[in-house]
Design a protein around this ligand. Structure first.
Ligand SMILES: [Zn+2]
Length: 362
């Protein structure tokens, strides 16, 4: 008989607080965690005003030693700046108060410093609020890195609902794209014998399904929408923790999105009305196409995205048809070792064009 040699490490958040006005519980949360008295609040200019200042005040009142650091884009430089500052000030707890970039910078700095990381999202633009991965920007797009898993998450739906609705819709699209990610993972398991966790897959699909089923209830100016989105993101983060990698939430649709980032701002149609597309928006559009390739219910994905108010067509995010096709053709270059429906060589230009047309993306 073969000896049993399997072993696995799963890291989960110890405490998750979600709901209305939860900001007020931040000091109690830090008390319970009991990992030190000196806290660094990392925020950007906006999120400092939105929530950082309030948290600073509450923690100070509870006798914490609180420092603050303002950051901007998620780059290596910014992470290093935070690490330096935290070291100099003997920080014991790293707290990221903000959107994707702030959270990513803080969780990477916490990882390097080997300090606990508390995630305090002020928007729900992607599933990074609960995941152990972070993405850093560089001149040629972005790169995904291992980072500190949040020891605790505190999400205040009263704060999150104030963020632009586009961010929330994009975050929902990011979670819905778990559907194609899981299909890719199953395929890699069947075809390449890649290790697969059915529990992680079920969790990732449950998160997506929650949003597919409640698409009509996700709308602007609704605190319940923020609740649903954050809940789905946390379940998605847990799926990644169970898997020990991003497989349950990142497949060919994410490669397509990363390739669009890699192709740079030149992918945009001319015209002032377009803002740079968001990560989740690109992943949602990618998911429509990849689920089609898998033979799944891509129309359900498309219709739910529409209901939520997330884009389903290239022109809605200002990307030219040519670049959508190029993004599809070259997506597989992003992570050649991660087997997906795009196969080992990627799509041909004709196949990519046909796919984008059939699904109504272009
Ligand atoms: Zn994502």
């Amino acid at each position: 008989m073969e000896r049993f040699t399997k072993s696995k490490t799963m890291v989960f958040p110890r405490e998750i607080i979600v709901g209305h006005n939860t900001t007020q519980q931040i000091a109690e949360l830090c008390n319970r965690i009991g990992r030190g008295n000196s806290v660094l609040i990392v925020a950007d200019k906006k999120t400092k005003k939105l929530s950082g200042d309030e948290i600073h005040k509450i923690l100070k009142k509870a006798n914490y030693e609180v420092k603050g650091k303002i950051v901007s884009k998620a780059t290596v430089n910014e992470v290093n700046r935070v690490i330096k500052y935290a070291n100099k000030n003997k920080i014991e707890i790293m707290m990221g108060v903000g959107g994707g970039s702030v959270i990513d910078i803080t969780k990477l700095a916490a990882y390097e410093l080997n300090k606990p990381f508390i995630s305090v999202p002020t928007s729900a633009a992607h599933d990074g609020i609960a995941s152990p991965r972070a993405s850093l920007k560089h001149s040629k797009g972005s790169v995904s890195k291992t980072a500190e898993s949040p020891l605790a998450i505190l999400a205040d739906t009263k704060v999150i609902m104030k963020a632009p609705y586009r961010m929330l819709a994009s975050g929902c699209a990011d979670v819905i794209s778990n559907m194609s990610a899981v299909m890719d993972w199953e395929l890699a398991h069947r075809l390449k014998g890649e290790e697969f966790s059915s529990h992680a897959a079920v969790l990732a699909k449950t998160a997506a399904q929650l949003l597919l089923d409640n698409a009509d209830d996700i709308r602007p100016d609704s605190e319940e929408s923020a609740w649903l989105a954050v809940k789905a993101m946390i379940v998605s983060g847990v799926a990644m923790s169970v898997a020990g990698n991003t497989r349950p939430a990142s497949g060919s649709e994410h490669m397509f999105s990363h390739m669009l980032d890699h192709l740079g701002p030149g992918i945009m149609l001319k015209g002032k009305k377009y803002k740079r597309p968001m990560h989740g928006e690109q992943c949602g559009i990618g998911a429509i196409m990849m689920v089609y390739l898998h033979g799944g219910d891509w129309e359900k994905i498309r219709d739910s995205l529409k209901r939520i108010g997330a884009p389903t067509k290239s022109e809605e995010i200002g990307i030219s048809k040519k670049k959508i096709v190029e993004g599809l053709v070259r997506a597989q270059e992003i992570r050649p070792e991660r087997y997906t429906i795009l196969g080992e060589t990627g799509l041909t230009k004709d196949a990519a064009k046909r796919l984008a047309k059939i699904t109504g993306v272009i």
